[in-house]
Ligand binder design. Structure first.
Ligand SMILES: C[S@@+](CC[C@H](N)C(=O)[O-])C[C@H]1O[C@@H](n2cnc3c(N)ncnc32)[C@H](O)[C@@H]1O
Length: 374
């Protein structure tokens, strides 16, 4: 993929921009295999490739510039805005929505936040697109001051973007480089975006996590389901379950599946999906995964792990070691913490691994491993 922003040196966010896609996938595979070299018996399946461009379902745009000419993109080293609304990584439907959002900033007079002077209100625009083409837009603001104006002008935004179904304001009052704050104010009747994946409708709330590349996420869930089906366990825990992607995919008659996730909102969304889909034997708990596992009388036959970049850590690994769990499906976005966790699980032999290229043009990767108790 070629990018004129990269070529001009305006944006270097994609470290591997311009490199042949085959080489990128091979390099990621080499990187992951190298980090997991301590397990030479591990069989690596063919990497799952992505579309090279137009794959991101979420745009995270820093808003800068002026009220009359806002920029949506990143900041250059001097703190000035660089407009990247035509970023080729975004799904085309997402990119097509950004000009209307820039116009809205001007129309509703929501001044872009200026880092140097600490003036202005609008820090970021976060936009997510569902596989059905619906949009969720979040205005990350310094204060609630512009909320009334945003509400007043929303009908014009809906007219320009009929696919817009979820709108909210997020308040991030601190002067630091954080994407969003804790407070979210709903500005639309609907508060969830329906993310249809492999025939299941996952519900994404404004502050919820969703895998960045919907097509590759669907493949990841299918692979997880296939491995679980091969083991055919009667009980499964999906730890770090988010809105329930893995748990919902592995639900089956006669199988008890428990999803555990720290975000109460995500758990509520997962429960609603399970109820709508009339899936049997599913429950979801809002808790820290390690604390929850340690408090249970008995473990399940199989555990799915899909933690944040830091991995699951020594305590949960110690619990898994001492448990009766027979298999683990571990999906990781960081092979370094994955390798560390696997080293803390000597009772388990990693059998199969597969790279999922969730993030082309960047060094980031997703890798999934099937472990079996020795
Ligand atoms: C990489 S995401 C995976 C989500 C989900 N499996 C999916 O496919 O969308 C990691 C999830 O772990 C949750 N999380 C972070 N720390 C946690 C903890 N200590 N205990 C349980 N869940 C946690 C996050 O809220 C996030 O939803």
């Amino acid at each position: 993929m070629q990018c004129h922003h990269f070529d001009a040196g305006r944006c270097r966010s994609c470290a591997w921009m311009g490199q042949a896609y085959d080489d990128q996938v091979a390099a990621k595979q080499r990187h992951c295999r190298g980090l997991l070299a301590a397990w030479p018996d591990l069989t690596w399946l063919e990497p799952h490739r992505s579309r090279e461009e137009g794959f991101r379902n979420k745009a995270k745009m820093v808003v800068a510039g002026t009220l009359e000419a806002p920029t949506l993109g990143i900041l250059d080293p001097s703190g000035a805005g660089v407009d990247l609304r035509d970023c080729g990584l975004h799904e085309p439907g997402l990119a097509a929505a950004l000009p209307a959002l820039a116009d809205f900033v001007t129309r509703a007079a929501v001044a872009p936040y200026d880092l140097a002077t600490r003036r202005g209100e609008l820090k970021h625009l976060l936009v997510t697109r569902s596989p059905d083409g619906e949009l969720m837009v979040r205005f990350v603001l310094r204060s609630t001051e512009p909320v009334t104006r945003i509400r007043k002008h929303l009908p014009a935004l809906h007219a320009a973007l009929p696919e817009l179904v979820v709108v909210s304001a997020n308040v991030q009052p601190e002067h630091k480089a954080v994407l969003e704050g804790e407070r979210e104010i709903a500005l639309s009747p609907r508060e969830t975006l329906a993310m249809r994946v492999n025939g299941l409708t996952l519900r994404l709330r404004p502050q919820g996590f969703f895998q960045t590349n919907t097509e590759v996420a669907a493949a990841l869930y299918r692979q997880g389901r296939d491995w679980v089906e091969e083991v055919a366990p009667a009980s499964v825990w999906d730890l770090y379950c988010g809105v329930g992607g893995f748990a919902l995919h592995v639900a089956a008659p006669g199988r008890l599946v428990t999803g555990v996730e720290v975000s109460e909102e995500a758990v509520a969304a997962a429960r609603a999906t399970a109820e709508d889909a009339r899936l049997p034997g599913l429950r979801f708990e809002a808790s820290d995964a390690t604390t929850w596992a340690q408090a249970q009388e008995a473990g399940p036959e199989l555990v799915v792990l899909n933690p944040p970049r830091r991995g699951v850590g020594p305590e949960l690994c110690a619990w898994l070691e001492g448990s009766g769990v027979g298999h683990v499906v571990y999906s990781s976005c960081n092979a370094v913490s994955l390798a560390r966790d696997l080293a803390a699980l000597p009772s388990f032999a990693p059998r199969l691994a597969r790279l999922f290229d969730m993030f082309p043009q960047t060094t980031h990767h997703e890798v999934m491993v099937l472990l079996e108790r020795r």
